[in-house]
Design a binder for this molecule. Structure first.
Ligand code: DQA
Length: 148
């Protein structure tokens, strides 16, 4: 079983970005923790980060046929990335949306997610652990009821 974990713009800067909001861990450390958890769960995780919406869409189009689910932190594209939303819908895969911070208790513009309506779950404000929760949730669900 293969799960795609996709990180949007500026998430390559984790560890340097405001640590009081996004935490201390780098993206490499988060990806390593995800791969360790994936191993424990007996699933494969393929991670990808880009600062470009088109590259995220290319990745989804190229990879979704061989994957069973998507975990995505779309960064600021969360709030306006409609072509990213379309690519997620077209993938026909279950999607879990993750945010390190609590987007509902920050600036008003962050409280709107264009991705949320098509996501099975949205995990906010749990820092890097949100990705692990997402992986456990998605894996458990897929194992219980394989979608394809
Ligand atoms: C974020 C929240 C977004 O509003 C922001 O633009 C990000 C990160 C989060 O993980 O909390 O880049 O998705």
């Amino acid at each position: 079983m293969k799960i795609l974990v996709i990180h949007g713009p500026n998430l390559n800067m984790l560890g340097k970005r405001d640590k009081s909001i996004y935490g201390e861990k780098t993206l490499g450390e988060i990806d390593a923790l995800l791969k360790k958890e994936a191993q424990a769960l007996g699933v494969e995780v393929v991670t990808f980060q880009s600062n470009h919406e088109g590259s995220l869409i290319d990745f989804i189009q190229e990879q979704s046929h061989s994957a069973q689910g998507i975990i995505i932190n779309p960064g600021a594209l969360t709030h306006y990335g409609l072509s990213l939303l379309d690519a997620l819908v077209d993938s026909k895969l279950p999607v879990i949306e993750v945010h390190l911070s609590d987007i509902y208790h920050r600036e008003e513009w962050r409280a709107k997610s264009v991705i949320a309506p098509i996501a099975e779950n949205q995990i906010v404000g749990s820092g890097w652990r949100g990705y692990i929760i997402a992986l456990q949730t998605l894996t458990g669900r897929l194992k219980a009821k394989p979608s394809r």
